[in-house]
Design a protein around this ligand. Sequence first.
Ligand code: UT7
Length: 320
Amino acid sequence: MINSKIKGFGHYLPKKILTNHDMSRIVDTNDEWILSRTGISQRHIAEKDELTSDLAIKASKNALINSNLLSSDIDCIIVATTTPDQTFPSTACKIQSCLAIGNKPAFDVQAVCSGFIYSLELADALIKSKKAKNVLVVGAETLSKIVDWKDRRTCVLFGDGAGAVVISADHSSSECGILSTNLFSDGSWHDSLYADGGPSLDQKVGKIRMKGKDIFKQAVTKLSESTLLSLKKSKKTVNQIDWYIPHQANLRIINGSAKKLGISENKVIKTVNLHANTSAASIPLALSSCVLEGKIKKNNLIALCAIGGGLTWGSCILKI
Ligand code: UT7
């Protein structure tokens, strides 16, 4: 039996921080509104010349060091991102070149905020089908570059960052690593959360547009339903979960989905306060920071779940 075990964790956040007070100097907003509606206090913002690949490479280096593996051990690179440096080539290819990983497959996954969960399922399948032994999975975003800085309904919500994991084939008989995943999409919601530009549409990048209330209602239900399905698939119960890490978009969604699942508040990881919504980076950022801080420990059972534009959503049950 092969387990897909997470061997290394790493993350990186740009140095520059914008607080809610800073945001109130950019658009007509205030700390009280942002904090009470979203739970966000601050967000990290990349410099103009700081690209998604720069954040991804720093997080990947940290994950590689933490895994005690060499670049040459990596068999595949998967990067979840909605904000690649360019339309092409992929951000994954830039990581491959910079870290001298060799001529191994490298590609990006576009599933917006669910991209990291989608990538975990792909990595798990590659490992369990013996096509790869060590897969680097990264979630990296510079959303600040595609928010409309004149739209207070969206610009206060997003931040930049990257998280990475190295997932390795493990042949031990004890249960560990990715126990189950579930992925979903419903494209009928494609115009509820989207960028209003693109290479084929208007040859521009576009800005983020969102029908916030519609997404909010979908999020609470879909996150909890998907988590229950993954729990069932891995033959685990809600009570066995040590840590619940939902996509960090809004504290009310995080708490609402935890309540629906019956998970007590002290088991819920909340980083949205400091990171804001970093889309595909939100879960690996939260996971890596909590593991490296020592909050999440060996043998802990973790439920991850995310929802984003598409709509796409999914979940993963994981033993560290
Ligand atoms: O990552 C993908 C998943 N995305 C999400 O999960 C986001 C889901 N949605 C949400 O988190 C929430 O819907 C928001 C945080 C985006 C908005 O919260 P809301 O409680 O749904 O607020 P609203 O959009 O209904 O706006 C309420 C009021 C409006 O004023 P009026 O029309 O009632 O006078 C807005 O104009 O709040 C106003 N408003 C603001 N006021 C101050 C909207 N944005 C701001 C702001 N500062 N930044």
